[in-house]
Design a protein around this ligand. Structure first.
Ligand code: ADP
Ligand code: MG
Length: 578
C-alpha cells in the first residue's frame, strides 16, 4: 500500500483522483491489474460493488448517474446518462504484439463516447480522469472513457509532488433561451386548439419536476410521460393522458417536448401516429436534437429545462388552456375511460395459469397495501418485452426517477444492474442528489423481469446477496422469449424428439424453470407460485425480507391455455405412454 509520503503507484493515483472528485461508489469487476485500482479505492473509502459481469456493472453505473444526476463510475451514450468508464488495457510497449487481452479500446469506443483518452504518463492521469468525468456530465450526459494500460496502473511515480490533484466539480452550468423566441412560443401555445406537453427522461434526469409541475398546474395543458418520464408529474394527475396516448398523439396540434427525443418511442413525430399538422417545440440541452424527425427546428429551444420552463411559465402567467368546448379534451376523456375499463377487466380475469394482467394486479395490490404509491417508497425496474410493456401502465408512479426500464436502445439485461444502482442511490450510500418522494428514507427496489430478460444477468442475484441488497425480483415465467412458445406440452416434447422433430422454436425457453432457486443458492429467498394467493403471500414476504428475493411466477404462455398447466406431469405421462 502506498502511503502519502512514498512515491505513489498508478493504481493509487487513479483511485485518489476519483476520491478527490467526490466519487463514493464504483460499479466494477476486477481482473489483473485493475484489482489494484479497486483495492486502492476501497482503502480510500470508496464503496466498490463487484459484479459478476462487466455489462451489468456498466448498466448499474449509468443508472446511478441517471438517478443521482452525477456521473456513475463503472452503456450510457444511448440513454444520455452520465458515466465515467475506466478500463484496464495491456502494457503500452506491447501494443500490436498480441499482448494479454490486447484491444484498441480507444478506437472501439470513440464513436460511442463523448471523450475517450489514454493517459500517456502517470502525471496525466488525474487531469484526464477529471476531463472524462466532466465531459460525461456537462452538456448532454454520456460516457467519458479513460483507458488505463497495465504499465501505468502498476507503475510508480518518481514522487508524489509530481502528481496533480483533482477536486469536486461544480454542477453543470445551465443555459436559458432568448426572450423573443420564448415569447413566440408562448403565443403558439396560447393559440393551440389541442396542446400537449411530452415529458421525457431528460426532464427526470434534470430533476425538473417542480418547474414542470408548476407549468402543468397553471396551464392545465394535458401531458404525456415517456416510459421513464413517468413520475416527473404524478401518474394520478388529472392532466395525465398516458392512458389515452394514441388519442393524444392523433389530436395534438402544438406539442411542447421537454427532455424527450422524437425517436421510435414517440414514433419519430410522424403521421399517422401523430396529427400530421402537429408542430413540435423541442426543449433540449443538445443542439443536434433540435429539428430531428418531426421536430420543427425553427421552434426548438436549446437550453436546460430547469431554466427554460420557468422562463416560459412567466410568459404564460395568468393564462390556462380552458376552452369552453374542446373535442380534444372530450376525446381524451372518452379514450381514458375506455382504456382504463379495458385494463380493469383484464386485471380481473382470474384464470390459471395466471395472465400478466392478473398477476400484476395481485402484485400491485399487495405492494400498495404495504407501501402506498403516494409515499414513493418503491422503485420499479422493468424489462422483458411483455413484462415491461404491460406492467408500465399497471404500476402507478407518483414521484420522479422511481421507474427504470430498457430505455432508448430497448436493452434487455439491464434490470438487475439497474436494481443494484437504485439501491445504491437511494439506500446504501444515499447521495443528497438522489431524492424522490416525500420520504427521502429507504426505498424498496422491485424488479419486474421477463424470464428471458432475467436470464441475461441472473447471476447478479449473487452480487445482491453478497452486498445485502434486498431487491424483490419477480420473474414472469412464460417459458419463452417475448410471447414464448405457443406449442402444447406434447408438441414441445415432440419438437425436441430426434426423429422428425423440427427442434425447438427460437422463442422457446425451458418451461417452469425454477429460477427462484438462484436466490436460495445465494442466501436469498425463493418462491415458486402459480396462484393469486401464493403470489400475494410471496409478494408480502418478499417485500419484508432483507435479502434478495426471487418470486418465480408461472404465467400463461403464447396462445392461452394451450400449454398445459404443469407440463412436467403431462410430459412424464407422455413418456410412459411411448
Ligand atoms: P425518453 O426516452 O424519455 O423519451 P430521451 O432519452 O429520448 O427521453 O431524451 C432525453 C433528452 O433530454 C435528451 O435529448 C437529452 O439531451 C435531454 N436532456 C437531458 N438533460 C436535459 C436538461 N437538463 N435540459 C434539457 N434537456 C435535457
Ligand atoms: Mg418470457
Amino acid at each position: 500500500m502506498t502511503s502519502s509520503s512514498a512515491p505513489p503507484t498508478g493504481a493509487y493515483i487513479i483511485a485518489k483522483a476519483l476520491r478527490d472528485l467526490g466519487v463514493t461508489v464504483i460499479f466494477g469487476i476486477v481482473g489483473i491489474p485493475v484489482v489494484e485500482i479497486a483495492e486502492q479505492a476501497i482503502n480510500l473509502g470508496i464503496r466498490f460493488i463487484g459484479f459478476r459481469n462487466e455489462q451489468a456493472a456498466g448498466y448499474a453505473a449509468t443508472a446511478y448517474g441517471y438517478l443521482t444526476g452525477k456521473p456513475g463510475i463503472g452503456n450510457s451514450s444511448s440513454n444520455a446518462f452520465p458515466m465515467l468508464l475506466l478500463a484496464g488495457s495491456s502494457e503500452t510497449h506491447l501494443v500490436t504484439k498480441g499482448a494479454f487481452q490486447e484491444l484498441d479500446a480507444i478506437s472501439l469506443l470513440t464513436p460511442h463516447t463523448k471523450l475517450a483518452v489514454r493517459p500517456p504518463a502517470l502525471e496525466s492521469i488525474p487531469h484526464l480522469i477529471e476531463s472524462a468525468y466532466r465531459s460525461s456530465w456537462y452538456g448532454r450526459p454520456g460516457t467519458g472513457f479513460v483507458d488505463l494500460p497495465a504499465d501505468l496502473i502498476q507503475g510508480t511515480a518518481d514522487s508524489a509532488e509530481d502528481i496533480p490533484q483533482t477536486a469536486p466539480l461544480p454542477p453543470p452550468p445551465a443555459s436559458g433561451a432568448d426572450n423573443a423566441k420564448l415569447a413566440a412560443i408562448a403565443q403558439l401555445l396560447k393559440s393551440a386548439k389541442a396542446p400537449l406537453i411530452v415529458v421525457g427522461k431528460g426532464a427526470a434526469y434534470a430533476q425538473a419536476e417542480s418547474s414542470i409541475r408548476a407549468l402543468v398546474d397553471q396551464t392545465s395543458i394535458p401531458f404525456l410521460p415517456s416510459p421513464m418520464g413517468k413520475g416527473v408529474l404524478p401518474d394520478s394527475h388529472p392532466a395525465n393522458t398516458a392512458s389515452a396516448r394514441s388519442t393524444a398523439l392523433q389530436h395534438a396540434d402544438v406539442v411542447l417536448v421537454l427532455g424527450a427525443r422524437l425517436n421510435w418511442i414517440f414514433h419519430f413525430g410522424d403521421a399517422p401516429k401523430w396529427n400530421p399538422a402537429a408542430r413540435f417545440i423541442q426543449v433540449d440541452i443538445e443542439p443536434s436534437e433540435i429539428g430531428r424527425n418531426g421536430g420543427d427546428a425553427a421552434l426548438g429551444i436549446v437550453g436546460d429545462i430547469n431554466v427554460v420552463v420557468p422562463q416560459l411559465l412567466s410568459l404564460l402567467s395568468g393564462w390556462s388552456y380552458s376552452p369552453t368546448s374542446s373535442p380534444y379534451l372530450s376525446a381524451l376523456a372518452a379514450a381514458k375511460r375506455k382504456n382504463e375499463d379495458k385494463a380493469a377487466s383484464a386485471a380481473a380475469k382470474a384464470t390459471l395459469p395466471l395472465t400478466y394482467a392478473h398477476a400484476f394486479d395481485v402484485i400491485k395490490r399487495t405492494l400498495h397495501s404495504l407501501s402506498p404509491p403516494d409515499n414513493g417508497g418503491i422503485v420499479y425496474v422493468s424489462e422483458g418485452a411483455n413484462t415491461m410493456d404491460i406492467s408500465r401502465s399497471v404500476f402507478p408512479v407518483q414521484h420522479p426517477r422511481l421507474r427504470l426500464d430498457a430505455g432508448t436502445y430497448a436493452t434487455m439485461g439491464v434490470g438487475l444492474g439497474y436494481a443494484i444502482a437504485a439501491h445504491e442511490a437511494y439506500n446504501a450510500s444515499p447521495t443528497p442528489e438522489a431524492v424522490s418522494g416525500p420520504k427521502p428514507g429507504r426505498k424498496k427496489i422491485v424488479a419486474l423481469e421477463g424470464d428471458s430478460a432475467f436470464g441475461f444477468s441472473a447471476m447478479e442475484v449473487e452480487t445482491m446477496a453478497r452486498y445485502q441488497i434486498d431487491v424483490l425480483i419477480f420473474v414472469m415465467n412464460n417459458g419463452g422469449v417475448y410471447h414464448g412458445d405457443s406449442d402444447s406440452a406434447e408438441e414441445w416434447l415432440e419438437r425436441q424428439g430426434g426423429s422428425g422433430g423440427k427442434g425447438l422454436r427460437s422463442t422457446s425457453l425451458g418451461w417452469e424453470v425454477r429460477y427462484e432457486k438462484i436466490a436460495e443458492a445465494c442466501g436469498g429467498l425463493g418462491f415458486f407460485v402459480r396462484t393469486p394467493e401464493e403470489l400475494a403471500t410471496a409478494t408480502e414476504e418478499g417485500f419484508k425480507a432483507r435479502v434478495p428475493v426471487v418470486v418465480n411466477v408461472v404465467i400463461e404462455s403464447g396462445k392461452k391455455g394451450k400449454l398445459e398447466f404443469g407440463w412436467q406431469a403431462s410430459a412424464k405421462k407422455a413418456q410412459k405412454g411411448k
